[in-house]
Design a binder for this molecule. Structure first.
Ligand code: NAP
Length: 436
């Protein structure tokens, strides 16, 4: 029997567990560890609450969690409650699937002013992440800005734009819904340091902006290169650019009071304000020969009392595990970090790709493990039994599958009409549900 520990219960962790189950049949015990008592990482805390169809992928992970060889072990923080070295003593292989939960820094003056938040924090706040329950983003001003031209920037801008009615059927947490309902924000500026051809936004997500109840997208037609240039774009990107061109050709709807303004060729230089964010100093850019943003020297101000920086994420380093500072991920070769230690998902590749990208990624690493430790070969490590003893000796009380289900049932039972679930937003509430 082989024993595997997967650290992190998001998509990368679950696809890897599924792949290991298939590769080893009944010959492996796979423990999925998470620092929270409930699983699903990015699905629970990252995917936008109004994108329930994306969240539905967790039904597939439910099946994995229910299979005989897989165990969920929650409420255990690797690095605090147990080290990676200790896991390697207990398991035949350890797979780090911890994602990339930290915001990349802008590296400009003023980014630590109140009112400037990273997308991990902002997304975590509206999705019920316990670390960000008290974020309290300032929504009292009329202007907000979102920095970045990726799908996360779109998520944040869209959430700021929606009406209460548009959140029906979502699982946005109550504190965010109430705060957004009181929000005074009328203009959301999306700052991209390059142009429409260089966006990292996908067509479906962009297309949604054309159907917002109270918000019109505003795009400046003069930002586009000549139409013929669109022909050289990859088909998905061409679709996205076509949608932006349609927005540029449509005057803002006077019946919709809010504006989502796409400001291209706009590089933030500094954030200023008296003790809190009030405006961003922006430099107009152009593309250089390599397609990178080059400042033109022309600057202007964008007013914003809330600034959400959506410029990518990094994986936190873990002591003793080789780390790639530049890439913000673990140093690995094809998923292998060191002997019997692997990384999958964003911790392996960096923060790019959709949820589905993690499937081939997890299968590749599982295949590699299976070729290095063929099914049927003996392992002599204690796995979950040893971990249980170690955690007990440290007074750590892990949660299991039944505990997670109990929390989930309680959340579903608390749901508002039309909402799939009223999520708990604090660790102690999860544990309180279990009587701990
Ligand atoms: P992303 O797609 O890598 O976009 C990051 C954006 O930040 C880029 O536009 C980048 O511009 C910009 N940027 C980076 N550094 C900057 C700086 N210093 N100043 C100004 N702008 C800067 O990352 P993401 O939006 O965080 O998304 C992460 C992944 O999750 C992506 O693969 C995304 O598609 C996926 N995702 C998917 C969905 C969905 O399918 N609905 C939703 C959310 C996220 P440059 O291009 O100029 O570097």
């Amino acid at each position: 029997m082989r024993h595997f520990a997967i650290v992190g219960s998001g998509p990368a962790g679950f696809y890897t567990a599924e792949a290991l189950e298939k590769a080893y049949g009944g010959q492996a015990r796979i423990d999925i560890l998470d620092r929270y008592p409930v699983p699903y990482g990015l699905i629970r805390f990252g995917v936008a609450p109004d994108h329930q169809s994306l969240k539905a992928v967790s039904k597939r992970y439910d099946k994995v969690a229910e299979s005989a060889g897989v165990n969920f072990i929650g409420n255990v923080s690797v690095g605090r409650d147990v080290s990676v070295g200790e896991l390697l003593d207990l398991y035949d292989a350890v797979i780090l699937a911890i994602g990339a939960p930290h915001d990349r820094k802008l590296g400009i003056p003023g980014e630590d002013l109140p009112g400037v938040v990273g997308s991990a924090a902002f997304v975590g706040w509206y999705n019920g992440h316990p670390d960000f329950a008290d974020l309290d983003p300032p929504l009292g001003g009329t202007h907000a800005a979102v920095i970045g031209n990726g799908n996360v920037a779109l998520d944040c801008a869209r959430i700021l734009s929606k009406t209460q009615h548009e959140f029906e059927g979502s699982d946005i947490v109550g504190h965010a819904l109430e705060a957004l309902d009181r929000s005074a924000i009328r203009t959301i500026t999306i700052l991209g340091r390059r142009g429409p051809h260089q966006i990292a936004m996908t067509p479906k997500e962009l297309g949604e902006l054309g159907h917002l109840e109270a918000t019109s997208p505003v795009v400046d037609a003069s930002d586009f290169p000549p139409l013929e240039g669109d022909g050289s774009l990859e088909p998905g990107q061409r679709k996205s650019v076509t949608i932006l061109r349609e927005f540029a050709a449509t005057p803002p709807d006077p019946a919709r009071p809010k504006r989502m303004v796409f400001d291209f060729f706009a590089k933030p230089l500094a954030i200023e304000g008296a003790g809190k964010a009030e405006k961003i100093i922006v430099e107009r850019t152009e593309l250089d020969e390599k397609g990178a943003a080059r400042g033109t020297g022309e600057t202007y101000e964008v007013p914003a009392s809330l600034i959400v920086s959506c410029i990518g994420y990094s994986t936190p380093p873990i002591e003793g595990v080789a780390y790639d500072e530049r890439g913000g991920k673990f140093l690995n070769e094809g998923g292998r970090i060191a002997d019997r230690l692997y990384a999958v998902g964003w911790a392996r590749r960096g923060p790019t790709g959709t949820i589905g990208t993690n499937r081939p990624d997890g299968y590749e690493v599982a295949d590699r493990i299976a070729s290095e430790m063929p099914s049927g070969s003996a392992g002599n490590r204690p796995g979950a039994e040893g971990l249980k003893q170690l955690l007990e000796s440290r007074g750590v009380m892990p949660t299991d599958y039944d505990d997670w289900r109990k929390i989930e049932e309680t959340e579903v039972g608390r749901a508002r009409p039309g909402s799939p679930r009223e999520k708990f937003v604090r660790h102690e509430d999860w544990l309180g549900t279990l009587g701990r």
